[in-house]
Unconditional design. Sequence first.
Length: 263
Amino acid sequence: MARLKDRVALVFGAGSVGPGWGNGKASAVAYAREGAIVIAVDVVEAAAAETAGIIAGEGGRAEAHACDVTDEAQVRALVADVAARYGRIDILHNNVGTTRMGGPPDLTLEEWRRQLDLNITGAFLACKYVIPLMQQQKSGVITNISSAAGLRYTGYPYASYYAAKGAVNQFTVGIALQYAAQGIRCNAILPGLMDTPLIHQQITGQYADTGEMLARRHAASPTGRMGTGWDVAHAAVFLASDEAAYINAVLLPVDGGLTARCG
């Protein structure tokens, strides 16, 4: 039996920034494959529509919406619309995130604030409007996508990303414990070195070329290879399922052991 049959999954960041499978796109499809009704949301409507189209093509149920997670009015309206039409939201998946290279002297105040808005404020706004509905239901699962960078230095010069993902981690713990007695669980997935479309846009510039980036990132993983969006997706499905009913406030590395290794 499908583990998430008829559950409504609201996935922010369900599109992909380029060809291939990002964490959010893979997670949205994986939820649908387990029977969930997926609300695929992305700031780029075409990206959300691509994901929803893949789900529909496999016989699943999905719809696509454009939404800027840093815009409170847009988030509030989207959540209200989903709640009005479905009566519930069982899974909230916060996948929106971005990197910006540079230490404090290199970033403008606007760039710093934008990093915090995309990586943590968007998750806050989604939770602000979804949690009351989950309280009424007396059930719900929230999964925030953080990063190994929220736990340790990963070698990249992105101070704002470290700060923002560290905030996502403790935000997750705070929500999990505050609302646990009301039937709401909240966990975070911490991807490590992943081979997703995002790295080709935001990480390549740290290397001589794409080939060097891929080779060095594969070699840096304890497993000898990077993970994929599907590794994150499988973890997300498990955390949303009844099999994880007693798993709460967990920061789950999906990183091949990277964060457990010293040096």
